[in-house]
Structures are given as structure tokens and as C-alpha cells.
Design a protein around this ligand. Structure first.
Ligand SMILES: C[S@@+](CC[C@H](N)C(=O)[O-])C[C@H]1O[C@@H](n2cnc3c(N)ncnc32)[C@H](O)[C@@H]1O
Length: 272
């Protein structure tokens, strides 16, 4: 976990200004201010191909809010392991969870130095009863994440493991993706949940062309088919409505999902 100003200097020195970075591109798509010229140029190119991309990003954030609210309010979850946190924005995981249950504990995980710099300032701003903290780790090293999380979370009580828009960055290899999920979900107890959101290989040619453009501008994302994403829940009980375009997951208010189906798919699964 982070500690002291020397960490800040070290982190600042590791920021790559020349190439687009996932967290900053995501921030630019969400109209945030924590991004650089390289990220904005990448977004410009991607949006030229598919002008719907910023809208998908907002739909993904709305999915995060609805799933965390469901977990805190309806499923009684009080511990969250949010891997691939992104740069702080409105309604971060701890804010949504602690608005329902102030005692909630959140461990954020990311490997981007700018995310880590912002994390100390913003994400650790928590309720007096709760806790939110930060781990620098790569999702491709699940054991490191679990070991760090054990310092904060109680692994005898249910935990929501959240992977939203990260695994398409982390690996192009589907079996590797499945192994990462198994190694993260293996140590958490019965009653825990997986929240997964990923770009899906749909039939939408404009979107698929934009994903090709992403790779061309140095920001590759590896899509899985909806069937492959659904199979990630095979040892879990998928919560209704299952794995669906994210704007179709329990829209709030019900019936407000009038937009076409989003190309990002998401779901929530209970570990029996
Ligand atoms: C598209 S953003 C999604 C942010 C947030 N989960 C959300 O849904 O708004 C992906 C995040 O995953 C992080 N990330 C990408 N690859 C990673 C890796 N191998 N290990 C840890 N974090 C990673 C990026 O730094 C970025 O913050």
C-alpha cells in the first residue's frame, strides 16, 4: 500500500506521457480532466470511427453504480475488491457502497501510476465507520492481489470481486482470463460475488471497427463473445437478468433502458 511523499515522486516518474493509457483514455471518454494529449488524440481517433464510445463508457459507469448498490443494499455485501479501479470520478465504488452501508470496506487495485497518485488523495476519503484503501498490483498476478487484500478484508465473510473493463486490457488469451478469474474467486468464501463487465464481440460493425482503431492508436482491447463472457460464471449462480448488455442490467428506473443494447456486457454471479 502507498506510504509517504517519496512514493509520489516515484509514481510521477513512472507516468508515460507519450502513449495512451487505459485509465486516462477511459477518463477522457468520460469527459474527465485527468488525461494527457496522447490519450485525447487516441479518443479523437476512436470516436471518429464510433461516435457512440463515450456513451458506452457512461453506460459502463452506470452499471458499476447499479451493481454496487445491489450488492450493498440487497445482497448485504460489506467488502469490495475492485480491480482495475480507474481514475476517480463521480460515484466511485466506496461512495456508492458506503452511502448504503457506511461500514463497508473497499480495496482498490490498479497498476497505473496516475491512478495510484489520485487514489491516495481521493479514494481514501471514506466514512468514519468504513475503510477504503489501495493496492498497486497487476491483475495478471492474482495471488499478489489476494495476499494484499487479506491484510484488510476478512476472508471468512463474503467479498464482491469486481473486474469492470479490465480483462480485455490484461490478456488476449481467453484461457488466461479464465485462470485469473478462478484464482481470484477461489480464495473468497461462499456467499461472495463476481461482478464482471467487458467489451463484447457483438455484431456491431461500427464498434468492431473502433476496436481495431483502438489497437492502431496504441490502445488495444481484446473482445470476448457474449458466450465466452457468460462461461466465466459457470461455477457461480448468475443473478437475474444474467449476463446482458450493461444498460439492460436492472435499469433504474425499470424500463429506462431505451438505448440500443450496449456493446459492453456485464453480469453478477454468486459463489454458492
Ligand atoms: C477501462 S478502465 C475501467 C475503470 C473502472 N473499472 C470502470 O469501470 O470505470 C480499466 C482500468 O484497468 C486498469 N488496468 C488495465 N490493465 C491492468 C492490469 N494488468 N492490472 C491492473 N490494472 C489494470 C487500468 O489502469 C484502468 O484503470
Amino acid at each position: 500500500m502507498l506510504d509517504g511523499p517519496s512514493d509520489d515522486l516515484d509514481l510521477a516518474g513512472r507516468i508515460n506521457f507519450d502513449r495512451p493509457q487505459s485509465a486516462r483514455v477511459w477518463n477522457a471518454l468520460l469527459m474527465g480532466k485527468d488525461n494527457f494529449e496522447a490519450d485525447r488524440r487516441a479518443v479523437e481517433e476512436i470516436v471518429k470511427v464510433d461516435p457512440g464510445m463515450p456513451h458506452y463508457a457512461r453506460q459502463c459507469r452506470a452499471f458499476l453504480v447499479r451493481t454496487v448498490r445491489f450488492l450493498a443494499a440487497e445482497a448485504g455485501i460489506r467488502q469490495f475488491l475492485d480491480i482495475g479501479t480507474g481514475l476517480p470520478t463521480a460515484q466511485n465504488t466506496h461512495e456508492v457502497a458506503q452511502a448504503v452501508a457506511p461500514e463497508s470496506t473497499i480495496v482498490y487495485v490498479d497498476n497505473d501510476p496516475l491512478v495510484l497518485l489520485h487514489a491516495r488523495a481521493l479514494l481514501t476519503n471514506t466514512t468514519p465507520e468504513g475503510l477504503s484503501t489501495y493496492v498497486e498490483a497487476d491483475v495478471r498476478e492474482p495471488e499478489t492481489i489476494i495476499a494484499a487484500a487479506r491484510n484488510v478484508l476478512d476472508f471468512t465473510r463474503p467479498i464482491a470481486v469486481m473486474l469492470l473493463g479490465i480483462l480485455g486490457h490484461a490478456t488476449d488469451d481467453y484461457p488466461t482470463m479464465r485462470r485469473i478469474l478462478d484464482r481470484l474467486m477461489g480464495p473468497v468464501p461462499s456467499g461472495s460475488y463476481l461482478v464482471l463487465l467487458d467489451g463484447a464481440r457483438t455484431e456491431d460493425k461500427v464498434y468492431l471497427d473502433a476496436i481495431v482503431r483502438c489497437a492502431e492508436v496504441g490502445h488495444p482491447y481484446h473482445l470476448r463473445t457474449p458466450r465466452q463472457l457468460e462461461a466465466c460464471f459457470q461455477d457461480l449462480e448468475l443473478v437475474e437478468p444474467g449476463l446482458v448488455p450493461v444498460n439492460r442490467w436492472r435499469p433504474d428506473p425499470p424500463g429506462s433502458d431505451i438505448d440500443p443494447p450496449c456493446n459492453a456486457y456485464g453480469g453478477v454471479g454468486l459463489k454458492p
